[in-house]
Design a protein around this ligand. Structure first.
Ligand code: SER
Length: 343
């Protein structure tokens, strides 16, 4: 009998770190894939880690044969800023990679005779507001509004949301056995900017929040690349992990949609600056606006409506802005860099 496992792609990323720690605490058997060797502290927490590319279909084919995969957390992705430097490569990884994993889910479900859960983090980058005035006026944006992304990453995420819906509901709809039922149970969260005390994101456009805090704790100069009045929704990593886990565990009958907004608080860059300065008074932070990255952030909503998630599967963040900074981020980041200094 093959071992039942949870498959995590992009395992070295920010969400991967938090998710592996959480699931290993619950004794899940985890298979982790990343293009780089799994970060050392995570190695003892997984049953197997694989250095590999999600574009490698032979590797994915082997996984289907070797494991009984009950849930896939498909986290691997090229984020919004990095994707703009090579949009076609980003498309291959973000879209073809997702397609390969969806295909793997179909094959896997045929082996085991029941649908494989496919948990997919999408992003506020799927939205695209046309002007700053519109951003300032629309208030909380709902899942089906303003879906005109301006970045390759945003286009990729929005399209993959549709692919997930297609694989869940309409895959091979003309085949003779199409009434056999769904083989992929696709569930998707549209995340706001994420902030972790443990890691710094790479290649995103909401990165000014986490970068500012981490630089302040490390004592390095930081030039914030957006205007002080820039407002975006954010969430801390423990809440991001909680939302992934809760959506995975939700009763299928309770889910009225495939894609859910989740959010927690939405400070301006100035508010993040003020909180950071208060915690780290020696921090050297300047605002040196990068007009091109600013333009991207200006198309992302200042807030999102997550009432569908609250209603359908009881979503509620544990950390509001006050708790996020004062009880999680600042103490944990301070401790992390103090420990680094003392070694
Ligand atoms: N954090 C992502 C980015 O900035 C948005 O989801 O690309």
């Amino acid at each position: 009998m093959r071992e039942e496992v949870v498959l995590i792609t992009g395992a070295n990323g920010e969400i991967g770190h938090g998710l592996i720690r959480y699931l290993s605490g619950l004794n899940y058997t985890i298979v982790a894939i990343d293009v780089n060797p799994l970060d050392r502290p995570l190695r003892s927490l997984v049953s197997k880690w694989i250095v590999g590319d999600i574009l490698d279909q032979i590797l994915l084919g082997r996984l289907v044969v070797e494991h009984q995969i009950r849930t896939i957390y498909h986290l691997a992705s090229i984020l919004s800023t990095k994707a703009e430097y090579n949009p076609e490569t980003a498309h291959r990884i973000n879209v073809e990679g997702t397609l390969n994993l969806l295909r793997l889910a179909v094959e896997q479900s045929q082996w085991q005779g029941s649908p494989v859960k496919f948990i997919y983090p999408s992003s506020i980058a799927a939205y695209g507001l046309e002007t700053l005035d519109q951003k300032n006026q629309v208030g909380k944006v709902k899942e089906n509004e303003h879906l005109f992304p301006t970045t390759m990453y945003g286009c990729n995420k929005l399209y993959c949301e549709h692919l997930g819906r297609y694989y869940s509901k309409h895959y091979r709809q003309l085949a003779a056995d199409s009434a056999a039922g769904p083989s992929v149970d696709f569930r998707c969260l549209r995340f706001p900017g994420l902030i972790s005390a443990e890691t710094i994101p790479t290649g995103g456009t909401s990165d000014y929040g986490p970068e500012m805090l981490h630089a302040a704790a490390k004592g390095t100069l930081y030039n914030c690349f957006v205007r002080p009045d820039t407002r975006l929704p954010f969430m801390v990593m423990p809440d991001a992990i909680k939302s992934l886990i809760n959506l995975e565990a939700a009763d299928q009958e309770k889910l009225s949609r495939f894609v859910y907004n989740v959010t927690s608080f939405n400070p301006t860059a100035r508010e993040i600056f003020e909180i950071t300065k208060k915690a780290f008074p020696d921090a050297q932070i300047d605002f040196e606006v990068d007009q091109r990255r600013q333009k991207i952030v200006d198309t992302w909503p200042a807030d999102v409506d997550d009432s569908a998630a609250r209603q359908d599967w009881g979503w509620q963040p544990d950390f509001d802005q006050e708790r996020a900074f004062n009880e999680y981020l600042i103490p944990a980041i301070r401790k992390q860099y103090m420990e680094t200094e003392n070694h």
